[in-house]
Design a binder for this molecule. Sequence first.
Ligand code: MG
Length: 158
Amino acid sequence: MSVRCGIGYDLHRLAEGRKLIIGGIEVPFDKGPVGHSDGDVIAHALCDALLGAAGLGDIGTHFPDTDLKWKGANSLQFLEYARKLLDEKHLAIEHVDAVVILERPKLGPHFPKMREALAKALRVPAEKIHLKAKTNEGVDAIGRGEAIAAHVVATLSL
Ligand code: MG
């Protein structure tokens, strides 16, 4: 068995009047990510981690933000698309580990639903998706509540 790891990172500014979509679900909050799509940082970083591990470029290659088709898009469809590309290369998802960085709100209570949504899009058991959240201790744009970011590592096997 050959094992491959991929890393992904994403950041979006937060603004009032946008839904806070993270990990494929809506989290109740007064701000949300500004973006061409729904701005789901976990889905975007995860998509990049999967594509990176498979040697298939990045999310911008496959879903350019200049394409009107992806305006307001549900980012879970990016994951479904990435999963199909992995299937074609006979690559299986072994594990996903993610960390989301944002000041507020607390994400822990929402993790079970996020894992379920992400696992469904990737067609893997939810046990293969691990999520963690950190604050930025009040430092920088994330610490001031102006942005949200995520780092994801994905492990695939051939
Ligand atoms: Mg993004």
